[in-house]
Design a protein around this ligand. Structure first.
Ligand code: SF4
Length: 163
């Protein structure tokens, strides 16, 4: 949370600053990639030359401290959940999460009998965009990036970040 959040109402200065800040944020999303099962293969394909996610300004980073986006791609076991939360807490604000695939969004094929699987990563970190599929194709993840960019475009530095 920034020091000016919820201190001002919309005015010409805040609105102009919003446009600039949002443009900068949505044009340079740096994800810490969290590939924990088969969905990670499609996430890697999205970053490769054929789908070229770089053209959206999405550049993978190796450290949570350099990242403002977490892509959770795969099955979230109870054992892994605490690691996901810890990495999320190490990311600086503002930060965003994409849940990629039905495992990360709801437990997927493990929803009924997966005693070891969380029924959605949103039980441990706030999710901004859900990308459905088992696994989602790279086009779906690209659409998820675009949805997140649309969400960031509506944010204001003067109000609390939308969950
Ligand atoms: S959603 Fe499907 S492809 Fe993705 S991690 Fe789960 S089982 Fe694998």
């Amino acid at each position: 949370m920034s020091i000016i959040e919820n201190k001002f109402r919309d005015n010409v200065i805040i609105t102009s600053a919003d446009k600039f800040m949002n443009w900068a944020r949505l044009s340079s999303l740096w994800p810490i990639t969290f590939g924990i099962a088969c969905c990670a293969i499609e996430m890697m394909a999205t970053a490769a030359s054929r789908y070229d996610q770089d053209r959206l300004g999405v550049l993978p980073r190796p450290s949570p401290r350099q990242s403002d986006l977490m892509i959770v791609a795969g099955t979230v076991t109870f054992k892994m959940a605490s690691r996901i939360k810890r990495l999320y807490e190490q990311m600086p604000d503002p930060k965003y999460v994409i849940a990629m695939g039905c495992c990360a969004t709801s437990g997927g094929p493990y929803w009924k009998h997966g005693y070891h699987v969380m029924k959605g990563v949103d039980q441990v970190v706030p999710v901004d965009v859900y990308v459905p599929g088992c696994p989602p194709r790279p086009e779906s993840l690209l659409e998820g990036f675009i949805k997140l960019q649309e969400k960031i475009r509506r944010e204001s530095i003067a109000t609390t970040q939308a969950a």
